[in-house]
Design a protein around this ligand. Structure first.
Ligand SMILES: [Fe+2]
Ligand SMILES: [Fe+2]
Length: 195
């Protein structure tokens, strides 16, 4: 079978086939939304960037020890295009792959993956528990507190911002803006509106 362009529905079905954990699904939806936001901002293909964001941690639940490697196998089996697979692998650069982010799409994925986790954690300790009224300065405060969400690798995010040649403030703001698009699906639309 030839490679074909995977649709969003196909990508989501595949993700759900390999992922039961609600937190991982939410992470995938957050990264998808941010990728779409950046694609829009850069005048690039939102569908493509979104699908790559959605699928990037496909193997994480079932094969945590083979993270990225298993995804490569699965996506090849599903005849995904080479550039989609490369982009997905590049998010694990220096951690579980040696695929360096080269193009804009890859650099954005690399920069925002861990950052979405810091933003979720920051939103959840706010009185409103919402990202709809949260701004970059809240994230900046938590960024400096290394014991807060200690699992979030600040060095990766910093490196991503450098690759993109943007300030952390801008990266934080754009990532928040992207995540706001799916605040309800992430459970981050605030305590009042979730009732
Ligand atoms: Fe990952
Ligand atoms: Fe991820």
């Amino acid at each position: 079978m030839d490679t074909h362009i995977p649709t969003r529905a196909e990508a989501f079905d595949l993700l759900k086939e390999y992922t039961r954990d609600d937190g991982l699904i939410k992470h995938a939806l957050a990264v998808e939304a941010v990728m779409r936001y950046f694609a829009d901002k850069c005048g690039e293909d939102k569908g493509k960037w979104g699908v790559i964001g959605l699928i990037h941690d496909l193997d994480y639940e079932k094969f945590p020890e083979q993270h990225c490697g298993k995804t490569e196998e699965i996506l090849k089996d599903h005849n995904w295009p080479e550039d989609y697979i490369r982009a997905v692998l590049s998010h694990g650069w220096g951690i579980c792959t040696d695929v360096e982010p080269k193009n804009k799409m890859e650099k954005v994925l690399y920069a925002i993956d861990e950052l979405t986790g810091l933003i979720v954690a920051t939103a959840l300790v706010r009185p409103s528990k919402s990202i709809l009224d949260m701004e970059a300065k809240s994230v900046k405060k938590k960024w400096k507190d290394k014991s807060f969400a200690a699992g979030v690798d600040r060095a990766v995010i910093q490196k991503g911002a450098e690759m993109l040649d943007i300030e952390l403030d801008e990266l934080f703001t754009d990532t928040i803006m992207g995540m706001r698009q799916v605040a309800d699906q992430l459970g981050l639309q605030g305590a009042d509106s979730s009732a």
